[in-house]
Design a protein around this ligand. Structure first.
Ligand code: BES
Ligand code: ZN
Ligand code: ZN
Length: 497
């Protein structure tokens, strides 16, 4: 999709559809719309009077051959209450408009900014919304639905310099989010740990990042007993993917951010096998790992001042003849022994070794992302990402990034009482909490044991990495959640400790 900046007045823009938006207020016609209302000879005013144009969030009002405009259509999208309007709503407005017009097989669009949303951040949000909205999970369809992809969008109403800055950033971030979605949507037979490693390597070559792939033997020699224990149930060998971004110059006291992502390319549960219903979705159990690769893809282009290392342990979780069994004890890279009560709680095992390895590589701060627990869906449904953090200063930063990125995230507790629930009788720790409830928290407590004193954040994205039903602004399937927040976190990370 081409996105260009147009500087001519909106009335002169030729496009198959010109898109703008209206707020839900006494008079949905503001300044820009007043001009447009005049240009169209009062048609908008009449629609308002007929209650057909109210500004309600994502209401779509489509006018054909609007008089006074060069565009063939005018689409006015409801943007909700002005007081509640942020770049998050703007992003959704842009995405929903694109998908609405795409369904009508239109190809050339123009998007007109409103007076108060014409800075670089607004342009960035619009571009992200457009790119994410245009994505379809149709990779394996041999007949694309009449190829409905949008060809071009002109951005109008911005000063050129603001639009250019926002467009460049929005394109990098939107495309990186779609890179994540493409990986997450892949079925497990087309994205084994080895193939994921190849995809990561190809990405790093394209964007000039350092990449190291550890194979099964290296994983074993290093002593990653927890990752290896999960991998032993499968004929597919595991991989540990390490991607490094280093800024041009770095001080001695510079922090190193470690991003650890769970990449179970398929989770059958192992010997503690999952029920058949819905199991096909467990191909998305590598979303955390894909997210971290997507973040690296974005920052390779955005060039922050901080060093970032992504560590992605990748394996299948299968019930093979050599698979681990409930009750087994494993030794992790950090030296801690783990009693495996349930082989379906495999994510925390591979992350334990991933976190320990990121620390060995010099990480001073850790963030992990994982589709870790069904319990986070019980707690927060499919709405918020669950955030767990060892230090409030760090989670404050992350939550501020989430707000700026327009992603919903909610801080969860980590009281010591939950730590009691993962004490093992025979080993240092067990991989499932005893007692009732709190499954997302005990899982996080398990990870915290491996982060130790290093400032650490855990994002449980099990409820938010996948959409069972399409949203007006996004296709169903992988969402690419947390990428924008993490890119914002990296871009605003202090260069000194
Ligand atoms: N991959 C699952 C978590 C999950 C559940 C992701 C639903 C996406 C949607 C994870 O490995 C798992 O199976 N966790 C178990 C842990 C339990 C055995 C303690 C769970 O949440 O049921
Ligand atoms: Zn599992
Ligand atoms: Zn899993």
């Amino acid at each position: 999709m081409r996105i260009a900046i147009a500087t001519q007045p909106f009335a002169h823009l030729s496009a198959q559809a010109l898109v703008t938006y209206a707020f839900e207020q006494d008079d949905p016609i503001g300044d820009v719309l007043a001009e447009m209302d005049q240009a169209t000879g009062g048609r908008l005013r009449r629609l308002v009077e007929a209650r057909e144009l109210t500004g309600k969030m994502l209401e779509m009002t489509l006018l054909h051959w609007p008089p006074g405009l060069a565009a063939e259509r005018l689409l006015i999208v409801g943007a909700g209450k002005l007081e509640k309007f942020t770049t998050a709503e703007l992003r959704r407005v842009a995405g929903a408009a694109l998908r609405y017009l795409k369904n009508r097989s239109l190809k050339q669009l123009a998007f007109l900014a409103r007076e108060d949303n014409s800075d670089a951040a607004a342009a960035q949000a619009v571009v992200e919304g457009l790119l994410v909205g245009d994505f379809e999970p149709d990779r394996y369809k041999t007949e694309k639905k009449n190829n409905k992809a949008i060809e071009s969008v002109a951005l109008c109403g911005w000063a050129a310099s603001e639009a250019e800055a926002g467009l460049a950033r929005g394109r990098i971030i939107g495309e990186s989010q779609n890179f994540v979605r493409e990986l997450v949507n892949e079925p497990s037979n087309r994205l084994t740990p080895r193939l994921l490693a190849e995809r990561a390597e190809a990405m790093t070559r394209e964007f000039g990042l350092r990449c190291e792939i550890l194979d099964e033997k290296q994983i074993e020699d290093l002593g990653m007993g927890a990752l290896l224990a999960v991998a032993r149930g499968s004929d597919e060998p595991p991989r540990l993917i390490v991607v490094t971004y280093e800024p041009p110059q770095m001080g001695a006291r510079a922090p190193v951010l470690g991003l650890v992502g769970k990449a179970i390319t398929f989770d059958t549960g192992g010997v503690s096998i999952k029920p058949a219903e819905g199991m096909e979705k467990m191909k998305y159990d590598m979303a955390g790992g894909a997210t971290m690769l997507g973040v690296m893809r974005a920052i390779a282009q955005l060039k922050p001042l901080v060093k970032v290392v992504a560590v992605v342990p990748a394996t299948e979780n299968m019930p093979g003849g050599r698979a681990q069994k409930p009750g087994d004890v494993q030794f992790s890279l950090a030296g801690k022994s783990i009693e495996v009560i349930n082989t379906d709680a495999e994510g925390r095992l591979i992350l334990a070794d991933g976190i320990a390895y990121a620390k060995r590589l010099g990480a001073t701060h850790l963030v992990d992302a994982a589709t870790l627990t069904g319990a986070i869906v019980v707690a927060l449904s499919n709405v918020n990402v669950g955030v767990f953090a060892s230090q409030p200063e760090f989670s404050d930063r992350l939550l501020a990034s989430a707000r700026r990125a327009g992603e919903k995230m909610w801080l969860m507790p980590l009281d010591e009482e939950y730590g009691e629930m993962i004490k093992s009788t025979i080993a240092d720790i067990q991989n499932v909490g005893s007692g009732k409830g709190g499954g997302a928290v005990t899982a996080a407590m398990f990870l915290k044991e491996f982060a130790e004193d290093t400032p650490w954040i855990h994002l449980d994205i099990a409820g938010t990495a996948w959409l069972d039903e399409a949203k007006p602004w996004a296709a169903k399937g992988a969402t690419g959640v947390a990428l924008r927040t993490l890119v914002d976190l990296v871009m605003n990370f202090p260069a000194e400790r």
